[in-house]
Design a binder for this molecule. Structure first.
Ligand code: PEP
Length: 265
């Protein structure tokens, strides 16, 4: 049976003022209060609302993540935010290598590797994003692309440091487009990622133990089929994480899956 953690993470992207962030996080916290069998729930607001959301979610089952960070601790890097600053705010998770960062802000496999090392050094839980573009998929390059991305992300990182690693498989063509990846295909790619990770390390099967999330147009209607896949442990949700009426049923789908697994069904 799958013993990996189930995780539902919401990437708010560049949305929500502090007032709106207060409203959304408070609504989620009150709806989730007292509930059992919840997955790990991570809200990733913009930097400007991190402190607000950390405060609103304290003493709740909800954790907070950043959407990005620099890999250096401090210095003359105008506009950047360091891991030390995130920890200072009470942030626990950090998204690394989101395709929008790769596409629009010059993130590369090398910077992903540097940021992953920095997250590990500071005990922030990294959610490393991978995924192919439409062009790469149409040219049958999906497996090669995700394998290259994960191998580069993990370069020179010892297996003993990867206990908290989370990977998100996010096909670029599925992000924000309403085109969800077929669940069985997402599961197949997730298993390719697992095998690649396993092949990078000898002696320990990180590939088997690492939680892999699917992301890309996840919504309350398609989430259950994704979560039913044996190699998919949760969701990284963009648009649908901005409204409680869409995000809560996604959390509930993971809760139902946990209950089914516990009952052996
Ligand atoms: C994302 O931002 O990681 C994402 C998957 O977005 P969406 O759910 O809107 O496709």
């Amino acid at each position: 049976m799958n013993q990996r953690k189930r995780i539902i993470a919401g990437n708010w992207k560049m949305n929500k003022t502090r007032e709106e962030a207060t409203e959304l996080s408070s609504a989620l916290v009150s709806a989730l209060s007292g509930q059992e069998d919840l997955p790990e729930i991570v809200l990733c607001p913009p930097f400007t609302s991190l402190q607000t959301v950390v405060e609103k979610t304290s003493l709740s089952p909800v954790a907070v993540g950043a959407q990005n960070m620099d890999w250096r601790d401090s210095g003359a890097f105008t506009g950047e935010i360091s891991p030390v600053m995130l920890l200072d705010l009470g942030v626990k998770y950090v998204i690394i290598g989101h395709s929008e960062r790769r596409q629009f802000f010059g993130e590369t496999n090398t910077t992903v590797n540097q940021k992953l090392k920095a997250a590990i050094k500071h005990s922030l839980v990294p959610i490393v994003c991978l995924g192919e573009t439409l062009d790469e998929r149409e040219n049958n390059l999906t497996d090669a692309v995700v394998s290259r991305q994960i191998a580069a992300a993990l370069a020179d990182i010892d297996a003993t440091l990867l206990a908290e690693l989370i990977i998100a498989y996010e096909p670029v063509w599925a992000i924000g487009t309403g085109k969800v990846c077929d669940a069985k295909e997402a599961n197949r790619v997730a298993s390719v990622i697992r095998k690649t990770v396993s092949n990078l390390y000898t002696g320990v099967d990180i590939g088997l133990s690492v939680p892999i999330l699917y992301g890309g147009s996840v919504n309350p209607k398609n989430v259950d089929e994704q979560l039913a896949q044996p190699d998919i442990d949760g969701s990284l949700v963009g648009g649908a994480s901005l409204k409680p009426e869409e995000f809560l049923p996604i959390i509930q789908a993971a809760q139902n899956r946990a209950r089914l697994a516990a009952s052996g069904t």
